[in-house]
Ligand binder design. Structure first.
Ligand code: ADP
Ligand code: ZN
Length: 749
């Protein structure tokens, strides 16, 4: 980690303790993530700050926890209504009074909010800058106690940033209107220039700069040449069946095509691009957030305003136009700190597409844009660790030799055996062509093409002509890109003519070692191993995780909030690892604060108990630290969840109530709706009932033909577990039905 100001050695003083308590009480977190404590303490001390953490680094908590611990109301500036709504919903779910003022709030709600603000009841107030800077709002703010001002997505204030919003410039006015109220800026932006600009534009006083590491160790990066784009996308989506993912395409047309192709395969996918109506865009985005669709296929127009924490993969169907864009877009995966896949598919043509789309009317801007495109192309074709390349691009050092979470470090790439000789042939051909030709032409000369223009130039008589006769020009072209990416060649001038760099000259002398990929990389079907993947699933019962996920979806719909706001994937995994049988045990789950314990504890504990009893899995597994912890988050020693003996215990009151319905032959759905319980909870009760009453006939709960199929499958594979049965049935029968039938079969004498 690289903090511009060394972080103070965290003393156990009063503010710190209050913060830690709030973290536990409201959010159910037992440790700070890197720099969170320092950022929070800056707020508590009234010292202005600029906090830079990568996406998923936990910026929101940096101002939310201090807001909870301070008297008065913190004003949070946020650029988008959807972001505000998300954060306000999430805070309320944690039991924190928060409100937003924007155009979607009714006059009545606004009056109520004003009243509660006057009464000092609201801890965080969210507003967009244009709303905040209205005279009415400003004069209102002078009448209430404002604890501090937090500016989220603060890079919007800088014209150097990627999301410049002129309205942000007006925020300086708050200094005059609310003198003495400290301002704090938060962003994920990595460039130093933007950071400095933020402090200047806001007129911050001696701000503390807290800059976290830009590495995202939970993201597994892979870069592949797009040789069968749709097939590669399909494979990625299939690897993550049922999980949330984003597929970025360069053009609207490609978005439409890809979304349609995925939908045809039965994938729940929706398109998103600027050509759709506002209503359609909003509808598709909502469907993604509430998990009615799994995959959103989008142009870069999609993303800002998406706080969804459980995006498990991001595919780029084409190369983005800069590394900054790539980091932003791929960074939307895995905000919850759990492993996620980032797959980049690129073709040599992508860079030319972006070059064509570059606005040349502003020479300075165009030069910068072209440089960014080249840097991105170099990243895509390079064969150095992806984590290292990204982090170093943003000016930080990368300490590890092997990241354990990219295609390069995982050894997924097939490299040519004698790269130096191959590279020397290519570079000397560039020399023979007097550094006056581009990549395509050079590749053809090396391949020994008898194209007319080559013959016209007399290049068929060069010593390097046909030196790589057995290789396809497209493959040679790729090697050239790789050599450019590794800095042995560079592209110059309007026509991208190839030139030899200093290190290229060293290479010719045999003093440098390039890495070159074999032409056709084999297709990999496995997910890239991410360092955290094995850890974060350690001890987790996956079937139980799925049961809990379904319950989460039901409860989220009931509460009209996105699923990830009810519980993050990380919290669900921790539940499926600990398998708590009591509310006390449930409170130990990471991500369960007091409000969520009260609100959801019972439903989840019942689901856990129902599932574990039905499957004879031990409850209350002992884990004294959660594996899969965010890097640097406390000193978590990871201990695999050990199975405790079955806690036993009789059915609780709700279960007994359900038994009555079952005895009357009511179906799962009827019982669920009569009791107002989640389906998965009722399935849990049903299994308890079947075992207690030793029921042998699944008839009222599973239809006869399905029951037959499951029984046949059990005959084939036995009763060792549900998964083999599920697989025997080709995944066509859901686990609930299999479980019911299996329990009945087991009950038969
Ligand atoms: P950012 O705004 O920096 O992208 P968020 O504030 O959205 O990140 O946090 C990302 C995720 O990490 C959220 O699900 C959040 O609840 C979780 N999180 C934040 N701080 C902690 C912590 N100290 N321990 C565990 N999880 C955390
Ligand atoms: Zn790596």
């Amino acid at each position: 980690m690289d903090a511009t100001n060394p972080p103070p050695a965290a003393p156990p003083h009063a503010a710190g303790d209050a913060l830690a308590t709030a973290l536990q009480q409201y959010w159910g977190y037992d440790a700070f993530r890197p720099l969170q404590r320092e950022a929070m303490e800056a707020v508590m001390a009234g010292r202005e700050s600029v906090v830079v953490l990568p996406t998923g680094g936990g910026k929101s908590l940096c101002f939310q926890a201090p807001a909870v611990c301070s008297p008065g109301t913190a004003v949070v500036v946020s650029p988008l209504i959807s972001l505000m709504k998300d954060q306000v919903d999430a805070l309320r779910e944690c039991g924190i009074a928060a409100a937003a003022i924007n155009s979607t709030i009714s006059a009545e709600d606004r009056r109520e909010t004003a009243q509660r603000l006057r009464a000092g009841e609201i801890k965080l107030l969210y507003a967009a800058p244009e709303r905040l800077l209205l005279d009415g709002t400003l004069s209102f703010l002078t009448q209430i106690e404002v604890s501090f001002i937090a500016i989220d997505e603060a890079h919007c204030i800088s014209s150097w940033g990627h999301d410049f919003r002129p309205e942000y410039r007006g925020l300086k006015l708050l200094r005059k209107v609310l003198p003495g109220v400290a301002m704090h800026a938060y962003t994920a932006t990595a460039t130093e220039r933007v950071r400095g600009d933020i402090a200047t534009q806001l007129g911050l006083t001696a701000p503390e700069f807290l800059v976290g590491s830009f590495d995202r160790p939970n993201l597994g990066y892979r870069v592949q040449r797009a040789n069968n784009k749709l097939g590669q996308i399909r494979e990625a989506v299939a690897r993550h069946a049922g999980e949330s993912g984003i597929v970025y395409c360069i053009s609207r047309k490609e978005v439409e095509r890809t979304a349609a192709a995925l939908a045809e395969l039965g994938v729940k996918a929706a398109p998103y691009h600027a050509g759709l109506s506002d209503v359609e865009r909003q509808r598709n985005q909502d469907a993604f957030i509430s998990e009615r669709v799994d995959v959103i296929v989008a142009t870069v127009a999609f993303g800002m305003g998406i706080d969804k924490s459980n995006v498990r993969y991001v595919v780029h169907a084409g190369m983005p136009k800069s590394i900054e864009n790539y980091q932003q877009e791929s960074g939307r995966a895995g905000r919850d700190g759990l492993e996620a896949e980032c797959l980049l598919l690129y073709s040599a043509g992508d860079a030319s597409t972006w070059r064509r789309m570059t606005d040349m009317s502003d020479p300075q801007g165009a030069a910068a844009a072209l440089k960014s495109i080249d840097a991105m192309a170099a990243f895509a074709s390079s064969v150095t660790c992806r984590h290292r390349a990204l982090v170093e691009h943003f000016g930080q050092a990368f300490p590890k030799d092997n990241c354990g979470a990219c295609d390069v470090c995982d050894g997924d790439l097939e490299l040519v055996d004698e790269p130096l000789i191959l590279a020397q042939k290519i570079v000397s051909c560039v020399a023979r062509l007097e550094q006056r030709f581009g990549g395509d032409y050079t590749a053809k000369v090396l391949a020994g093409s008898s194209e007319q223009r080559i013959l016209d130039q007399g290049h068929d008589s060069l010593s390097t002509y046909g030196l790589l006769k057995g290789d396809r020009p497209a493959g040679i072209r790729d090697w050239i890109e790789q050599l450019v990416g590794q800095g042995f060649l560079r592209k110059a001038g309007e026509y991208n003519t190839l030139e030899i760099t200093e290190s290229g000259l060293r290479l010719l002398k045999g003093d440098a070692e390039p890495r070159l990929l074999k032409p056709a990389t084999k297709q990999h079907d496995a997910k890239p191993r991410s360092a955290s993947a094995a850890d974060s699933w350690e001890g987790v019962d996956r079937e139980l995780f799925e049961v809990l996920r379904a319950l989460r979806a039901e409860l989220a719909a009931e509460h009209a909030v996105p699923a990830y706001i009810v519980f993050s994937d990380a919290a669900l995994r921790d539940m499926a690892r600990r398998r708590p049988s009591t509310l006390d045990g449930f409170a130990e789950v990471r991500g369960v604060g007091q409000k969520k314990l009260a609100e959801y504890g019972e439903a989840f504990v019942e689901a856990v108990v129902g599932y574990c009893e039905a499957n004879a899995i031990g409850l209350d597994a002992v884990t004294d630290a959660s594996p899969g912890r965010h890097p640097g988050e406390g000193a978590g020693r990871s201990t695999p969840g050990a199975y405790a003996p079955d806690a036993g215990g009789g059915p609780n009151a709700s279960a007994l109530a359900a038994f009555k319905f079952f005895r009357e032959g009511q179906s799962i759905e009827e019982t669920a709706s009569a009791m107002g319980r989640a389906r998965s909870t009722v399935v849990g009760y049903l299994n308890q009932y079947l075992r207690q009453e030793q029921v042998g006939d699944p008839a009222p709960w599973v239809d006869a033909s399905t029951a037959r199929r499951v029984e046949d499958a059990i005959d084939e594979v036995g009763l060792k577990g549900l998964k083999p049965i599920y697989e025997q049935l080709g995944g066509e029968v859901d686990y609930d039905a299999i479980r019911v039938v299996a329990t009945c079969v087991a009950n038969r004498p």
